[in-house]
Design a protein around this ligand. Structure first.
Ligand SMILES: Nc1ncnc2c1ncn2[C@@H]1O[C@H](COP(=O)(O)OP(=O)(O)OP(=O)(O)O)[C@@H](O)[C@H]1O
Ligand SMILES: [Mg+2]
Length: 385
């Protein structure tokens, strides 16, 4: 049995309570304010939305927005007025059911089981289609951010190689984004020369779609991995409009199965937004005391900023070797954070490739790859199942 995620969206607390009561049999029920719809719903990824009519006339637009994020979401519209035009508008926008409250409250109650069943059916058939074509379910890709509070810990090399490996070892659509807006970095490891950058999306950011992204992205030569490069310009970075980063990430999430984001140490609006939008935050940690101290500070900073860590903040221990100050056991003793991957130090293998500007991966099923690339492949394969 697939457990459905239900979400109530309403301006009105009393309506929220009423709906909670009606839905009390179901386990996964959340409720948010109508005004938070645009910022919250993408990450919450509900299966069924109970949308209560807002005071203003933005109902149709709200239904359209929910459907544009994921057409699989079942939208049940709760109207507070008998308004035929509104009914027609929200139905056209994709709402599958419509109840006028309070008159039709009992009707909703009695139809609830079949509404839930239709969501289960939709999800099942989407999964079957996905399984039969061996492809990934479109609609909601995963955003993985690579972060660290300490420079030079290996984020860019790990993020680039992780993305390349995912691309080579699966049929997934993968996009790598360089959010080191000031200095860039991935272009060096992946040997990409180009004047294009993600800042070129600025003129179309309000109507951003998949083809805009594919036009601006570059492809890494060997893996054909798509990459959105950094503008490498502080001034350009500063001038990106509000909501640029969140719009970009949400559009990417809809068009790709995996969106891999390389983040700078610097905590600014872009870094913060990317962290907020991420399904996983992979924190790259080296095995020494300064790295542990910085991590402690990062935990405090995240708490202050309200960046949720539970179930998505995971450690990537990088540079494991014989002569480290600390070992993986120490990390487990000192910290309660989960370790997602362990990567060995491999200077001998890496340095010649980095010096020549050659990417660490060239083709699928390669035999002769560096220890570091092997460690990453092991991790990626375990994620792909
Ligand atoms: N596992 C490893 N073994 C050996 N060398 C490594 C390893 N990981 C990273 N390095 C070295 O560290 C250097 C810095 O890595 P990288 O640029 O990925 O770090 P970063 O965290 O992105 O740094 P920045 O703060 O500059 O963005 C690499 O060029 C590489 O030489
Ligand atoms: Mg970097």
């Amino acid at each position: 049995m697939i457990e459905n995620k239900l979400l109530i969206i309403s301006e009105d607390e009393a309506m929220k309570d009423q709906l909670r009561l009606i839905l009390s049999e179901y386990k996964k029920v959340d409720a948010i304010q109508y005004e938070d719809l645009k910022t919250e719903i993408d990450r919450m990824a509900p299966d069924i939305v109970f949308l209560v009519q807002p005071k203003d006339d933005s109902s149709v637009e709200a239904v359209q927005f929910i459907q544009s994020l994921n057409p699989m979401t079942v939208v049940v519209f709760i109207s507070l007025t008998q308004d035929f035009n509104l009914l027609r508008g929200v139905t056209r926008a994709g709402a599958s059911d419509f109840f006028v409250f309070p008159d039709e409250m009992t009707l909703l109650n009695s139809k609830l089981d079949s509404i839930i069943q239709s969501a289960v059916d939709r999800k099942k058939s989407a999964e079957e289609i996905a399984a039969s074509s061996q492809s990934f379910t479109r609609g909601r890709g995963q955003i993985y951010s690579f972060y660290s509070g300490k420079g030079g810990s290996g984020r860019t090399l790990i993020a680039s190689t992780f993305a390349q490996t995912l691309k080579l070892e699966s049929t997934a659509q993968v996009l790598l984004i360089d959010f080191n807006l000031q200095f860039g970095g991935v272009e060096t490891y992946l040997s990409i020369e180009s004047n294009r950058s993600l800042a070129d999306l600025t003129p179309v950011i309000n109507e951003l779609n998949e083809s805009h992204i594919r036009n601006v992205s570059e492809r890494e030569n060997h893996s054909k991995l798509e990459v959105l490069l950094s503008p490498k310009d502080a001034e350009v970075a500063e001038s990106l409009p509000d909501e640029f980063i969140s719009r970009l990430l949400r559009t990417c999430r809809r068009s790709y199965d995996f969106v891999i984001v390389d983040l700078p140490v610097h905590m600014n609006e872009a870094t913060y937004t990317a962290l907020e939008e991420s399904d996983k935050i992979y924190y790259v940690l080296n095995l020494d005391t300064p790295s542990l101290q910085v991590l402690k500070q990062v935990e405090q900073l995240f708490k202050r900023l309200g960046v949720e860590m539970d179930e998505r903040f995971e450690l990537i221990v990088n540079g494991i070797g014989k002569d480290n100050e600390l070992n993986v056991g120490d990390i487990k003793n000192f910290l309660s954070l989960p370790i997602e991957a362990k990567l060995n130090r491999d200077s001998k293998g890496l340095q010649p490739l980095i010096n020549k500007g050659e990417p660490l991966r060239k083709e699928a099923n390669e035999k002769k790859i560096t220890q570091f690339a092997k460690d990453i492949r092991k991790w990626v394969l375990s994620k792909l199942g």
